[in-house]
Design a protein around this ligand. Structure first.
Ligand code: G3I
Length: 388
């Protein structure tokens, strides 16, 4: 069992929420509605952010913003297999339990991120899966994780990042699960998850669909092919997560291609959630005003396309404040920093800056949410994640 910070985090959380420094946030052009979640509700959607429980514990400003702006939270790290079971049979539920307690104390929903992701599969499990090819190991991981959190998590990213059009097998990443079980592993994972939690919404989550380049185009097609295959086989798939790690270094968004992509996802009867939105900058030398304007424009352009599709039910950013972003950690691209390397520049790709002032991106998201209509859609809360 990992370090349990649950009780302390919970007490801190309960003690601190009413005192949000409203002045910082109402300083923008139109103060109402007051928060991103309130804006999202206007279009029958939700807003959320990825969080880490230790930061919620340490950082009262972050805590206040999270409670103010979010109605959903995604654990950025601590629900992943390598976080929950770093060594075989040694479980570390403390941080995830703490995050769930925080969410519960504030009436926030939690997205289950993620059951199967090659990169967050512990080395011991990868070895065992490749040597013995026993599905039971996956099934037990699902049962323990989904069983522990039961109906407190109503929506799961069952498989994360299965698509690879560059080195994969017919569009599917040649990861541990594919090598051990073949391309049917995605379907089997969904069936397994449905068996354990018949009431939970089940999603596949992936990235790299936004830009007008051959790789993103091929990834959209490969993702759609996978989804069509799954639907045709009757796999229990409710929706997809589109990560939306936007990148100013990748040229213009492919507006036409993206709109068509959203429409085809909706035609498949799938709900869509924007699950990990942020904006990677490519020019750190300009003035803050120019940089923040570019980031906000990119977020606005993306959301205008995404939110014109009624199937899009929520928007989650990968963090809330630039103070805590994976884009400013490690090598700035999701890998550990090479020894002796300078830290990456502070990226300004989230709604609040590193001192918790709302930036143009905040207003861009808020306005896009308010301006989008989802007429005819009743808010569908995740079904209670009843566990069999
Ligand atoms: O906290 C330790 C620190 O003490 C240590 O010095 C450092 C050494 O590298 O590692 C730190 O932990 C790292 C943690 O991020 C915080 O920086 C972990 O090694 C690292 O694995 C972890 O990376 C996370 C990554 O998923 C893998 O779980 C990122 O925070 C998180 O943002 C990223 O999130 C993914 C989504 O799940 C899937 N989509 C892409 C997205 C970005 O890569």
């Amino acid at each position: 069992m990992g370090p349990s910070i649950g009780r302390r985090a919970l007490l801190l959380a309960m003690a601190s929420t009413p005192a949000f420094a409203r002045a910082a946030v109402t300083a923008g052009p139109d103060p109402a509605p007051a928060s991103l979640s309130a804006a999202a509700r206007r279009s029958v959607r939700y807003f959320g952010a990825a969080v880490r429980p230790e930061l919620l514990e340490q950082d009262s400003s972050l805590r206040q913003l999270v409670v103010r702006d979010c109605d959903h939270l995604t654990p950025e790290i601590h629900l992943k297999w390598d976080a929950l079971e770093p060594a075989k049979g040694q479980y570390a539920y403390g941080p995830a339990d703490s995050l769930l307690a925080f969410a519960q104390a504030h009436g926030l929903r939690v997205r289950g991120h993620t059951l199967l992701w090659d990169r967050s599969t512990p080395e011991w499990a990868k070895r065992e899966l490749l040597e013995r090819r026993r599905w039971r190991l996956v099934a037990e991981h699902f049962a323990r994780t989904m069983g522990r959190y039961g109906d407190r998590i109503g929506e799961w990213d069952v498989v994360n990042e299965p698509v690879d059009t560059e080195g994969g097998d017919a569009g599917l990443r040649l990861n541990t699960f594919h090598r051990a079980f073949g391309r049917g592993y995605v379907r089997d994972a969904l069936i397994q998850a449905r068996e354990i939690a018949p009431g939970a919404r089940l999603l596949i989550n992936d990235y790299g669909f936004e830009y007008a380049n051959p790789v993103d185009r091929a990834r959209r097609e490969a993702f759609l092919r996978l989804l069509e295959e799954l639907k045709a086989s009757g796999a229990p798939l409710d929706g997809v997560g589109l990560q939306a790690h936007l990148d100013l270094g990748k040229g213009p968004l492919d507006a036409r291609g993206l709109s068509a992509f959203f429409a085809r996802l909706a035609d498949l009867g799938l709900d869509v959630t924007v699950t990990e939105m942020d904006v990677k900058e490519d020019d750190y030398a300009s003035s803050l005003g120019v940089r923040d304007g570019r980031v906000a424009d990119e977020a606005r352009r993306y959301l205008e396309i995404a939110l014109s599709q009624p199937a899009v039910r929520g928007v989650v950013t990968w963090g809330l404040s630039d103070r805590h972003s994976w884009l400013s950690e490690g090598d700035g691209a999701g890998n550990p920093a090479p020894p002796g390397a300078a830290p990456p520049p502070l990226n300004r790709g989230l709604p609040y800056d590193d001192r918790y002032a709302p930036k143009p991106m905040y207003w861009a998201i808020r306005d896009a949410l308010i301006g989008s209509s989802r007429a005819g859609f009743a808010y569908r809360a995740p079904r209670a994640g009843r566990v069999a």
